[in-house]
Design a protein around this ligand. Structure first.
Ligand code: NDP
Ligand code: 2IT
Length: 461
């Protein structure tokens, strides 16, 4: 009996699925109790089955088991002295996940929820995100369980100095280049850079990105993640004859990513009616006033509730997760992981949402993603949609190497084209591997192939 083409395909798909299942079980066993890391790994692994079926040499080289084990995982003690003179201790982390296409690159997160699982999920996703940007950057991530809330400037500085005193042994412009994430913005990067410079005794600008404009920072880096997310969603909408113009939008969070997603969406003609923090959310039917928002969050470092004092028509609600009950055309989760669960996703769908763009990392649970995809909602996954931040970080590294800054317009233009390109690459890969329109699968596959090829080319290392 001759084996038909379809049977050959079926056999190899099954073989590929078995391989993926086996490695996933090994990852769980090797990293017990790390549920966020397992979640990120599961999403990517499942997307890759058609790749292994078509190109079995990735299985032969056991690329999956290699790529899901970090090259290096560092934890360290961060002792510091608070304003009362009391010695405090936090835990620092850096995962150097993959360096096959460039130096490790990824942000630092300071938040009490930070642990090995959170850092590994973020670092693992960063490999594929960074690959998608088309720039020469590998995957890394770091942070600490330090809580910056309620700390004085002096305490933040002393913490950052202690953190860098240890981290500086492992980073460098061609080795590993950290940046910001939750709880780490321009102020913290400034303190970290100052301490690195002091210990090294030289001005290595490219060791950190997100620096202040006066000492090697790039114009547009502050705006990049939020703007990039909106540029990406605009591409998804365009393909369906839709746009931000005239749409109602909700954006969760009120940090760096949220603020600039709100600003760009409004510039494109949308009305952004709600945003949040971890305590609650505000609803402003007239559209959020971006100047007030920026002052409250960036200058006064206050809570989002302060907004309603200045805009009495706006309403404040406790419980940030209820933000998803507001009817909207476009939802941009820009706060944190797993902020949209199955129930919230169903609510968004029932209220007529047309598109989701993930500004945060892994903001939708696997069940929520299933809800969106099964209802054919346009869905821009984090790795693709929020890659604008790290993409402009790589542009900052390029400017640092050249010792020549670019204008806001130049960087913004490059960011726009990078986001457009990520969309096209992801859509093309999704179609080629049998999942047309599925950007989760498309982004994962496109990000994976470049890194996997580089791993094989560089041998078993
Ligand atoms: P910020 O620290 O500037 O802001 C974080 C925002 O999210 C705050 O409004 C914060 O509220 C809220 N938030 C944090 N944790 C929770 C929680 N557990 N529940 C509800 N709300 C929460 O961080 P960024 O804006 O930089 O980061 C936001 C997201 O975007 C993260 O997922 C990050 O990984 C991702 N990202 C960031 C990039 C960047 O360039 N900065 C690039 C790509 C992705 P509160 O003040 O109450 O804590
Ligand atoms: O999640 C991310 O991509 C970031 N926090 C930005 C990383 C970077 O190196 O700019």
């Amino acid at each position: 009996m001759t084996i038909t083409q379809q049977e050959v395909q079926h056999v190899s798909l099954q073989k590929a699925q078995n391989y993926v299942n086996e490695v996933f079980e090994a990852v769980k066993k090797r990293n017990p109790n790390e549920k966020e890391f397992h979640q990120a790994v599961k999403e990517i692994f499942d997307s890759l089955v058609p790749v292994f079926a078509k190109h079995p040499h990735y299985m032969d080289n056991n690329v999956l088991e290699r790529i899901s084990e970090p090259e290096r995982f560092l934890t360290f003690r961060v002792p510091w002295v608070d304003d009362e003179g009391k010695v405090r201790v936090n835990r620092g982390f850096r995962v150097q996940f993959n360096s096959n296409i460039g130096p490790y690159k990824g942000g630092l997160r300071f938040h009490p929820s930070v642990n090995a699982s959170i850092i590994k999920f973020l670092g693992f996703e960063q490999i594929f995100k960074n690959s998608l940007t088309g720039q020469p950057i590998g995957g890394g991530k770091g942070g600490s369980d330090f809580d910056p809330k309620g700390k004085s400037d002096g305490e933040i500085m002393r913490f950052c100095q202690s953190f860098m005193t240890e981290l500086c042994k492992y980073i460098g412009p061609d080795i590993d280049v950290p940046a910001g994430d939750i709880g780490v913005g321009a102020r913290e990067i400034g303190y970290l850079f100052g301490q690195y410079k002091r210990i090294r005794g030289g001005f290595e600008a490219g060791v950190l990105t997100g620096k202040g404009l006066g000492y090697g920072g790039s114009l547009t880096r502050t705006e990049a993640t939020g703007y990039g997310t909106v540029y990406f969603v605009e591409e998804m909408l365009k393909d369906k004859g839709l746009s931000f113009n005239g749409s109602t939008v909700i954006v969760s969070g009120s940090g760096n990513v949220s603020i600039y997603a709100i600003e760009k969406a409004a510039q494109l003609g949308a009305k952004v009616v709600a945003c949040s923090d971890s305590d609650g959310y505000i609803y402003d039917a007239k559209g959020i006033n971006i100047d007030t928002l920026k002052r409250i969050k960036e200058v006064e470092r206050d809570r989002i509730q302060a907004y309603v004092k200045e805009h009495p028509d706006a309403i404040y609600h406790d419980n940030c997760s209820h933000i998803w009950s507001i009817p909207c055309d476009i939802a941009l989760p820009c706060a944190t992981q797993n902020e949209i669960d199955e129930k919230s996703a169903k609510m968004l769908v029932a209220n007529g949402v047309k598109a989701i763009g993930e500004g945060a990392n892994m903001p939708s649970t696997l069940e929520a993603i299933d809800v969106f995809l099964s209802h054919s909602i346009l869905f821009g996954p984090a790795k693709a949609a929020n890659a604008g931040g790290v993409a402009v970080s790589a542009l900052e590294m390029a400017q640092n190497s050249m010792r020549m800054p670019w204008s806001f317009e130049e960087v913004d233009e490059k960011l726009y084209h990078i986001m457009k390109n990520i969309y096209q690459t992801s859509i093309t890969a999704a179609k080629e591997y049998g999942h047309p329109g599925n950007l989760v699968v498309g982004a994962n596959i496109a990000g994976f192939i470049k890194v996997a090829d580089a791993m094989i080319a560089q041998g078993v290392i």
